[in-house]
Design a protein around this ligand. Structure first.
Ligand SMILES: [Zn+2]
Length: 444
């Protein structure tokens, strides 16, 4: 689950004839609590280093690929491995100096967004960069957002009234920016400083490295068994990445991300195992563990371009199911409940069961937009997130204390069983949720 931050734009059953054998197999299939526990514990172990970067991220992906192989999933069309690799570009500014009217602007009041390795600017350059003065009354987000994918060289002097919004943005950008496309040869320099009414004289110098970073989703497929439905896919997803290392608290600096989202990822593995055993899915099932959710959703963005969205009948995205929901054990909630009839279908499939799914009780948290479902929802897919997290009071969220010991593994396995059951008619091709036409975006 992403924090709410300034988002950088950098971003009919066909089986009636199959007889007794199939029916027996279906009855035998159950979510394996042992798999849920083992996968959650492995992903949340310190050895995974918070599942970020080229060590922890790669280890986690290899582990999940081995799980998909063990279960006997097929490879995603066009891939020769369970890893769906792609390249993103990381830019890291190593030096940035801004002088305004011969006075240096403090480092923490400057930010550079660039694809250029070196900058050496002054107001008398020809051509000179565009200069924008952002007054106290301006709408910070609206003004700054388009400048974060620069298409010309721009210097923005920002009134100190926007310090807070600037700090939020700067914190988000610090430590390197990731983009799905190689950044173009332009730059935006932001500096929080009062310019007054004097003519502006400035000098700007900066050094930046841009390097390609290999990223990987882990994807496995169970082909649909009904020829009339097999072209349609149902996606079960969760993000396996987490935050890596955070500032140490009591000697612990590893953000294990047990709930966020080792819990959801263990659900994807357990569901893959379940549906493989059940062996009667009419539609094609795609199981995907996304990378880079926490840092901008790059994994789901790449994935969404590798299949025709109009053929995705539904997406079950699973986020933070490790602790019981506010409605009690064996319950969960569905984000964006009103955006399609996906939630109603799931509820219907659970009627008479010990499980209960409710609409998201925290709409003000905008959870619909804070996970990978949003990317596919914007393409029309009924893509929703299922979660149990009591996010307004979850003190472990995005801390080094999100450890496996804080999870209720028994309830987690129950919720995953509920997800399996709630998906029955969609997997069987009997129900098709309405498309999302009003995905919209996060409201600030
Ligand atoms: Zn998160």
């Amino acid at each position: 689950m992403k924090s709410i931050i300034f988002i950088v734009v950098l971003a009919c059953s066909a089986f009636t004839g199959l007889g007794q054998k199939k029916a027996k197999a279906s009855e035998a299939a159950a979510i394996s609590a042992a798999t849920v526990e083992r996968v959650a514990k492995t992903l949340a172990a310190d050895a995974m280093q918070g599942r970020a970067g080229q060590v922890g991220g790669v280890l986690a992906a290899k582990f999940l690929a081995a799980e998909f192989n063990r279960i006997g999933l097929d490879k995603f069309p066009g891939l020769t491995s369970f890893e769906q690799t792609f390249t993103a570009y990381e830019t890291r500014t190593t030096a940035l100096y801004v002088m305004l009217n011969n006075v240096p602007v403090a480092k923490e009041k400057t930010v550079l967004v660039t694809g250029q390795p070196h900058l050496n600017w002054a107001e008398d350059d020809d051509p000179a960069p565009r200069v924008i003065v952002l007054g106290a009354e301006a709408n910070f987000n609206k003004a700054i957002r388009p400048l974060l994918e620069p298409t010309e060289n721009t210097v923005v002097f920002i009134d100190p009234a926007h310090q807070e919004a600037f700090t939020r943005l700067s914190r988000h950008l610090q430590g390197g920016q990731l983009q799905s496309q190689k950044p173009g040869p332009f730059s935006t320099v932001l500096a929080v400083v009062a310019v007054g009414n004097n003519p502006i004289h400035y000098r700007i110098a900066a050094n930046t490295t841009v390097r390609p970073v290999e990223m990987r989703n882990v994807v496995g497929v169970l082909p649909g068994q009904n020829p009339e439905r097999a072209e349609e896919t149902v996606v079960f997803s969760a993000h396996y990445d987490h935050l890596g290392f955070l500032p140490a608290v009591a000697g612990d600096s590893i953000a294990n991300g047990a709930d966020d989202d080792a819990s959801g990822t263990s659900a994807v593995v357990a569901l893959a195992e379940y549906f493989k055993k059940k062996n009667d899915n009419a539609r094609t099932l795609v199981f995907v563990a996304f990378t880079a959710e926490e840092i901008g959703g790059f994994g789901s963005q790449y994935f969404s371009r590798q299949l025709p969205p109009q053929k995705v009948a539904a997406m079950f995205n699973i986020e933070m199911i490790g602790k019981p929901a506010k409605f009690g054990p064996k319950t969960a909630f569905i984000t964006g409940y009103d955006k399609s009839d996906f939630g109603k279908i799931l509820q219907r499939n659970l009627a008479g069961s010990p499980f209960r799914f409710e609409p998201d009780p925290y709409p003000e948290q905008q959870l619909f937009y804070r996970s990978d479902n949003a990317t596919l929802a914007r393409l029309g897919v009924p893509a929703h997130t299922i979660s149990t997290d009591q996010i307004p009071t979850d003190k472990l969220y995005h801390t080094v204390d999100d450890e496996v010991e804080s999870l209720d593994l028994k309830n987690m396995a129950a919720v995953i069983s509920a997800i399996a059951e709630s998906a029955t008619s969609i997997v069987a091709g009997q129900d098709t949720p309405t498309r999302i036409t009003n995905a919209g975006s996060i409201v600030r």
